[in-house]
Design a protein. Structure first.
Length: 122
């Protein structure tokens, strides 16, 4: 990944975290990494624990960012989430996998979409 893409990804994660906080989520972990995979954001709201993948695009890109969360990426997120749950027990009643998609709209603005329960484990 080149420097420009890393900067875009970091900025997108910051925007996504603020988006979640503004909607009442408590961000409990960022960039949880294991040898099995990485989770961009882990957040809790009431009794829901969400493992969130952040995807951003840029003008002129192909397709919507969320389309880049394919079966292989989903499997890695699920494995990383399993490891997180083993090392960080939770009392959440429900666990889900969300995707936050950031797409450019106007200059310096992003269209933000949270796809709740974007995919399921098992």
């Amino acid at each position: 990944m080149n420097k420009e893409n890393r900067l875009l990804g970091s900025r997108a994660e910051e925007i996504a975290v603020q988006f979640l906080i503004n909607r009442g989520w408590q961000v409990i972990h960022r960039n949880f990494a294991t040898r099995r995979g990485e989770i961009d954001v882990i957040a809790l709201k009431e009794d829901v624990l969400a493992f969130v993948e952040v995807k951003s695009g840029r003008k002129g890109g192909y397709g919507v960012p969320a389309q880049r969360v394919g079966a292989v990426k989903q499997r890695r997120l699920i494995l990383a989430a399993e490891e997180f749950l083993l090392t960080h027990p939770t009392e959440a009643d429900s666990i889900r996998f969300d995707v936050i998609e950031l797409s450019p709209s106007r200059e310096e603005e992003w269209k933000i979409t949270q796809i709740e329960d974007a995919f399921r484990a098992g």
